[in-house]
Design a protein around this ligand. Structure first.
Ligand code: FES
Length: 101
């Protein structure tokens, strides 16, 4: 799947992957602002992204654990997700994510 990241400096990067989490894909491609400090176990929120609202159906809403973690972040929006909790698959092809500040 091809996934587009928009970083806080306004740059747009398109990356491609087929396995792992969206966070891992972002880290591999050195996407600014996605650190993945906890290694993807939903406990740091350094992988926070905002999903393009029009594509919310592609990703779906966060589960309860993820929601609890997102509450620690000041910048949450209605379309916040932790990218480590999203699996890369063809379902996400064309997805546009804005990296949270
Ligand atoms: Fe830590 Fe996603 S990498 S919450």
């Amino acid at each position: 799947a091809k996934i587009t990241f928009i970083t806080s400096d306004g740059n747009t990067t398109i990356v491609e992957g087929s396995t792992g989490s969206v966070m891992e894909l972002a880290v591999q491609n050195k996407i600014k602002g996605i650190d993945g400090d906890c290694g993807g176990v939903c406990s740091c929120a350094t992988c926070h992204v905002h999903v393009n609202p029009e594509q919310w159906d592609k990703t779906g809403a966060p589960d309860e654990l993820e929601n609890d973690m997102l509450e620690f972040d000041d910048n949450v929006s209605e379309y916040s997700r932790l990218s480590c909790q999203m699996k890369v698959s063809e379902d996400l092809d064309g997805l546009i994510l804005t990296v949270a500040k």
